[in-house]
Design a protein around this ligand. Structure first.
Ligand code: ADP
Length: 254
């Protein structure tokens, strides 16, 4: 986990799974919204995809999750070609913008649900739920309902639920964009800490917020019109934007 634009990216990691896009295209009807995306997130790394709205960031993430089927190319998780696997079989955790907790279930039941869906035994569930709630600082709220929590708290529970089955890959789609600025800043720090405590977790993070990307990511990909237009450490992208679009997007155009 990197702590600022000046920190060198971490590239080597032990354990964990890489995420690989190999020449992945996605088409809706006649419209190609992802063009031959090739990108690797190394094990234990955080890669942020940034870019204007409609540039294909969420589509890329959903292709890894299995909710979108590529028209060509391969999606790899570790050494597995998961292109044709159902979402459930991909062993990933995912958190989306609008938290999507089950409103009729208490916090601990929400986290347990994810584990049960993965076939975990009850004794494992009893141990893992408090452990995951502690990880996101929500132990005191285990018996609350989602409606009794703030937006930031709900999002923490969503992260706990995603992490409970111990996935090696975590996909985050604008996880903080529904939160107000102050809570968002606190949550960025918490996600950074969380990743430090789970060094093997490979994270693909979609955001329109550059500061989130700069704080959290080892590498940043900048997308436009379904194409990856730039990829590198934040430091290298800022110092040496590879093209005018990247420079303009990062606010560095002359
Ligand atoms: P971003 O996350 O960068 O805002 P998206 O991946 O959501 O971009 O969208 C990329 C393009 O794909 C947009 O033009 C969007 O309208 C289109 N798109 C996304 N989902 C669908 C869908 N289910 N059907 C048709 N077009 C879609």
């Amino acid at each position: 986990m990197k702590t600022g634009p000046g920190t060198e990216a971490k590239t080597a990691a032990t354990g964990g799974s890489r995420i690989g896009f190999e020449d992945v295209s996605v088409t809706y009807g006649n419209l190609t919204v992802l063009h031959s995306l090739t990108l690797t997130v190394n094990p234990g790394e955080v890669v942020a995809l940034i870019g204007p709205s409609g540039s294909g960031k969420t589509t890329a993430l959903r292709a890894v999750a299995g909710f979108v089927r590529p028209s060509s190319g391969r999606i790899m998780i570790g050494e597995r070609n998961v292109t044709h696997l159902a979402p459930y079989d991909r062993k990933i955790g995912m958190v989306v913008q609008n938290y999507a907790l089950f409103p009729h279930m208490r916090v601990d039941e929400n986290v347990a649900f994810g584990l049960r869906a993965h076939g975990a035994r009850e004794d494992v569930i009893r141990q893992r739920v408090p452990e995951c709630l502690a990880m996101v600082g929500m132990s005191a709220y285990a018996r609350r309902f989602p409606r009794e929590l703030s937006g930031g708290q709900q999002q923490r529970v969503a992260i706990a639920r995603a992490l409970a089955p111990r996935p090696q890959v975590l996909l985050l789609d604008e996880p903080l964009s529904a939160l107000d600025a102050q809570i968002r800043r606190a949550m960025i720090d918490e996600i950074a800490k969380l990743h430090t405590s789970l060094p093997n977790l490979t994270v693909l993070y979609v955001t329109h917020d550059q500061s989130e990307a700069l704080t959290l990511a080892n590498h940043i990909g900048i997308m436009r019109d379904g194409k990856l237009r730039a990829f590198g450490t934040s430091q290298s992208l800022f110092r040496n934007p590879p093209n005018r679009f990247a420079a303009e997007f990062l606010g560095r155009a002359n």
